[in-house]
Design a protein around this ligand. Structure first.
Ligand code: SAM
Length: 392
């Protein structure tokens, strides 16, 4: 797929290049933030499967540079408009006081019409199999999120001064507020296989999140909506007070991709994350019977031996219980309705010049194939027929 055909097809692909994002995925995170206010009071974040880095860019710009997007940006615009209408400000570009943040972040003037708020104690760690070009304030690690050796690397990156590499504890001294994961395998087109591999990435991300999240923390991850995805939601509901599924407008309707947004991390009492026995197929979260201090969620063993897991609390109204361990998470479409539709094709002006990508891939998986093709002398190399002709 050439650059210009993507340009014609995809409004978010073009917009990302115009607005300086490394990938169109940035809009997915921004639209999720618009709906869920993900970055409120957040200072410590782990970004899993982060390359080429557009989600980390969003984190860097919001947490380090204090820029406002998503709901925070929208609220600021509303405040400005209100003040303008009430005659409190002469123009919409006049500076407006932003109330002190809960996280105690410093308020700093950067340019007219806008106050940027930098936060204190920000730490962003980004992990991917692929190398990632540096970003301001982001510590990047090249590692496999499914491998246990990634845990100490991540903890050291979170606490470079404190973490002792001989420590056997899988938890950081200061836990994180948010773990995000946009992990995706190289899609094969075989639906069941793709869904399976993607779910393994999601379990790996959840295992890492359980090691580092603080109580009340948030976990956001890409999912492929396969037929048993509600079992996964039920597992997530055991450790998060609120689990919802969202489809940002920038994610194509034709794609089975969606994002699970989990809020209010509530580890069962006495729960110790362990990568010796990671969660995944065959291993589920510890249940309260083994853990007498835990109050919720609870389980009941019915007369027929079936186990019912109580996923209920006050925030459950939105979810649909199907009985047993199945629970269907509420589904939300997010992103402003005036935003581009990722499945639509928009007419482009004839004189439009296609821009280069902001950050070309550093080591794309197809690099070796391109090199081999070049060595072979062209798009398909020499065919057997050509070789025979040359030989005769
Ligand atoms: N969020 C990124 C951004 O905004 O630029 C895009 C992520 S891209 C859709 C998916 C990423 O998952 C790829 O960069 C890939 O290398 C990474 N990935 C896949 N399997 C992984 C694994 N086992 N460990 C770490 N990263 C992985």
């Amino acid at each position: 797929m050439g650059k210009s055909s993507k340009d014609k097809r995809d409004a978010y692909y073009r917009l990302a290049k115009e607005e300086g994002w490394r990938a169109r995925s940035a809009y997915k995170l921004l639209q999720l933030d618009e709906e869920f206010n993900l970055f409120e009071s957040v200072t410590r974040v782990v970004d899993l499967c982060a390359a080429p880095g557009s989600w980390s860019q969003v984190l860097s710009r919001v947490l380090i540079k204090g820029e406002k997007f998503g709901r925070a940006g929208w609220e600021q615009k509303q405040r400005e408009t209100r003040e303008y209408v009430l005659g409190l400000s002469k123009s919409k570009s006049k500076e407006v006081d932003v109330p002190a943040s809960e996280d105690g972040g410093a308020v700093q003037d950067v340019k007219e019409g806008e106050k940027k708020r930098q936060r204190d104690g920000v730490r962003i760690v980004a992990i991917d199999l692929q190398p990632m070009s540096p970003l301001e304030g982001v510590t990047t690690l090249r590692a496999d999120i499914t491998h246990p050796s990634t845990i100490p690397l991540m903890l050291k990156a979170l606490d470079p001064d404190i973490y002792d590499s001989t420590s056997t504890s899988p938890s950081p001294s200061a836990p994180v507020d948010l773990v995000i994961s946009d992990g995706a395998p190289d899609v094969t087109g075989l639906h069941d296989l793709d869904i399976y591999v993607q779910s393994q990435l999601l379990w790996a991300a959840l295992n890492l999140a359980l090691c580092v999240l603080k109580p009340g923390g948030k976990f956001v991850a890409k999912i492929f909506r396969g037929k048993d995805v509600d079992l996964l939601f039920a597992q997530l509901k055991l450790v998060f007070a609120r689990v919802r599924v969202a489809k940002p407008r920038s994610s194509r309707a034709s794609s089975i991709e969606a994002f699970v947004v989990c809020e209010g991390f509530r580890p069962p009492a006495g729960f110790k994350p362990s990568l010796e026995k990671p969660l995944g197929a065959g291993t589920t979260l510890p249940i309260p019977d083994e853990n007498p201090e835990a109050t919720k969620p609870s389980r009941t063993v019915r007369a027929d031996g079936a186990v019912e897991i109580d996923l209920g609390d006050e925030s459950d109204e939105e979810g649909i219980e199907e009985g047993g361990a199945r629970w269907i998470a509420p589904f939300l479409a997010c992103g402003d309705l005036s935003a581009y539709d990722s499945d639509a094709t928009y007419a482009l002006p004839k004189d439009r010049v296609s821009l280069d990508p902001v950050q070309p891939p550093t080591a794309p998986p197809y690099k070796r194939a391109l090199e081999m093709r070049k060595l072979a002398g062209g798009a398909y190399g020499k065919t057997k027929g050509q070789e025979r002709k040359e030989g005769s």
